[in-house]
Design a binder for this molecule. Structure first.
Ligand SMILES: [Zn+2]
Ligand SMILES: [Zn+2]
Length: 160
């Protein structure tokens, strides 16, 4: 049985396909769970980034944008679905998303990121695009899987 109405997944398994591929192809020591929970923050519009002052890296890295869309009362986790993966100067890229009119359609978008050299970020971005379907990525997104994460109330409230 699934934990959610919006999705057929269960709490606790985040990006298994990603984890096994990256382990077999690299020694990066990066997991889907790290990608889904590191340096979390959120925005609805640009003012949220400005007001909350999350320490967003100005350096290179890979980042993900998420939508929180369901709740599992059994495990007390929110379901979030990955919308977009990107790489580059993390702060500049996330600020650009938040400034873009109509990007979020009034919804709260959560972001997570990991700092890393661009070369690594490129590989991770490509692997994610090959495995999963990201509704907001247009280019090179052949993946058909769903990338889901399960976040706690504390994470949802404050970022991490
Ligand atoms: Zn799911
Ligand atoms: Zn659950």
């Amino acid at each position: 049985m699934s934990c959610y109405e919006e999705c057929d997944c269960k709490c606790g398994q985040e990006g298994n396909e990603f984890d096994s591929m990256i382990l077999s192809e690299t020694n990066f020591d990066v997991t889907a769970s790290q990608l889904a929970h590191s340096n979390m923050g959120w925005f609805c519009g640009f003012d949220d980034l400005h007001d909350n002052q999350w320490p967003i890296s100005k350096d290179d890295g890979v980042y993900l944008l998420w939508e929180k869309n369901d709740y599992c009362p059994v495990h007390e986790k929110f379901h979030s679905k990955a919308l977009y993966v990107g790489k580059g100067r993390v702060k500049a890229r996330i600020y650009d998303h938040a400034k873009k009119k109509g990007f979020t359609e009034g919804n709260i978008i959560y972001f997570t990121f990991l700092e890393m050299p661009n070369r690594k970020a490129k590989y991770i971005e490509q692997l994610l695009l090959d495995l999963y379907d990201f509704p907001l990525n247009r280019a090179e997104n052949n993946g058909r899987g769903k990338l889901c994460a399960y976040i706690s109330q504390e994470e949802a409230d404050f970022g991490s």
